[in-house]
Design a protein around this ligand. Structure first.
Ligand SMILES: [Zn+2]
Length: 260
């Protein structure tokens, strides 16, 4: 089936690419289960093969959707009505791979939150909150009783210019913005062990905030450090060259023996 090419990022290797008919597949199979209250249903799949040669993995989404009768023209899958079930099964988590220099405890909370987001948004949001708190404690070195107090202290540090490099007013604004959505605000004001109801969208928003902070804080700090190391290495090489030049100049001129 020919499709209109679309932009896509492989969840396995995080490589942006264009998907065409060659590496895209969809299909459906009618569910024959007698007369059921859900009406006519079909199991649908959508799959994309990664075009990055180093990855080449398949991503598959499964869904169960209503099927509508078109009379003489057969039936069609209703893509507008909400699906009864929809999930990416390969890979089985929306988590993006994270570099090793992010503390393992933070990465674990993030990966687990991604894994259980759909089945248990409440538990995912609790893990996400713990991860955000862990980041503020580790990266910004601010530790208070409640997450909300730590966010307030972080904002004050940014405004006073005492926050660590990389913690910008924008990242604090992003945390504040997320805090204003649904039950997340209440979630951040509660004790860390208290589970507050949230829906999957709210858990997803918290997960995206974590990804943004990983990127803006840890990844950016590592990139800055690597740039600095490169500049220092260039400086050290230059110093060595100058020192070598000086020591050569200080050496006595080599003796030239006359040919006998
Ligand atoms: Zn890939």
């Amino acid at each position: 089936m020919a499709i209109k090419p679309f932009n896509w990022t492989c969840p396995h290797c995080d490589r942006a690419q264009v998907v065409t008919s060659i590496n895209f597949s969809t299909g459906e199979s009618k569910i024959w289960a007698g007369t059921i209250v859900e009406g006519d249903l079909a199991v649908c799949h959508m799959a994309v093969g990664c075009s990055n040669f180093e990855c080449n993995k398949v991503s598959v989404q499964l869904s169960i959707r209503p099927e509508r009768n078109r009379g003489l023209h057969g039936s069609y899958i209703d893509l507008v009505a909400p699906p009864l079930f929809e999930r990416w099964v390969l890979p089985n988590s929306i988590a993006k791979s994270q570099p090793d220099y992010i503390p393992a405890a933070l990465r674990e909370d993030y990966f687990e939150a991604c894994l259980i987001k759909d089945d248990s948004p409440k538990a995912a949001a609790t893990l996400a909150r713990r991860c955000i708190q862990g980041m503020i404690r580790d990266f910004a070195e601010i530790s208070k009783g409640r997450l909300i107090d730590e966010i307030v202290a972080l904002r004050a540090a940014v405004e006073a210019g005492t926050a660590p490099r990389g913690v910008t007013a924008e990242s604090v604004e992003a945390i504040d913005h997320v805090r204003s959505i649904g039950n997340i605000g209440a979630h951040m004001e509660k004790d860390i062990d208290l589970i507050v109801p949230v829906d999957p969208d709210e858990a997803q928003t918290l997960i995206e905030l974590i990804e943004m902070l990983f990127e803006e804080w840890y990844v950016a700090r590592d990139a800055r450090q690597k740039r600095l190391d490169r500049v220092s290495a260039i400086g050290a090489d230059k110093k060595q060259l100058i020192a070598d030049g000086r020591s050569r100049a200080a050496l006595p001129a080599p003796e030239v023996k006359a040919a006998s």
